[in-house]
Design a protein around this ligand. Sequence first.
Ligand code: NAD
Length: 291
Amino acid sequence: MILLDGKKTSADLKQEIAESVKQLKAQGKKTPHLAAILVGTDGASMTYVSSKVKACELVGFNSTLIELPEETSEEKLLQEIEKLNNNSDIDGFIVQLPLPKHIDEQKVLMAVNPDKDVDGFHPVNVGKMALDLPCFLPATPFGILELLERYNVETSGKHVVVIGRSHIVGRPMSILMSQKRKAGNATVTIAHSRTKNLKEITLQADIIVAALGIPEFLTGDMVKDGVTIIDVGITRVEDATKKRGYRLAGDVHFESVSPKSSYITPVPGGVGPMTIAMLLKNTLLACERKN
Ligand code: NAD
């Protein structure tokens, strides 16, 4: 069993991005600048946003964090987005999800200028992704492709089963893995909450991408020997033995699945750190396009 080490791979990637930033600066070109909007004080969202800001500092990007109170109106949020769209120093920005219930998420994502949409959530970028045109790929699927490529995991002709059909992970993952690319050319099955006999399907999988958000859902009896496992899930599970009162659990029961796997991502330290690195990569691309 080989651990697909997202922590190490993302550190390598950040190092490469930092080198590119140094070169941009040495050539007198613009320093990449990422902005993030956070509405409210959700614990997990605050943690994610602060890791993104820290990662910017690490690679030499400029970063701006816009924190808005939970009761911010949709109109006010759309105004903030418009300001970022019009600010030529900002290369890319993200609106941290989930948003409070009174705000229409789709409307907000549609308001982001697709050229600054480094999360790759705007329909223009999603459409370009589906057509295999240059675009910003959504960071989590992009990070998974990068991890598979860097570890030379063979995907061509393999049966990939993606569990989960969300717009940010499962659906784009299923599209990307079926395309002609290094980490691609796979035969893809996408499973979801209405899928029947899931175990029969996962037992046929050469590669499983688990992105459903149910802790330790995929167990050893559901996978065949030699499978490659990408565990996207991150759920906070109460754990009184931890100082902070919880632990992070993936969607895969690591203990029973890892002995049967040829490759597997751990949680934490697998897909999570890759997501942040790819957000930086998209911001660098946005800046280079401008330069
Ligand atoms: P989501 O809640 O939007 O979607 C979950 C999907 O799982 C749905 O499409 C649903 O149909 C499917 N599903 C639910 N129950 C199922 C079942 N019993 N069998 C089969 N399919 C089932 O989730 P999401 O936003 O895609 O996130 C999934 C998980 O990944 C969450 O734990 C989330 O925190 C995590 N996540 C991690 C990263 C990262 O950077 N590592 C990024 C995004 C999401």
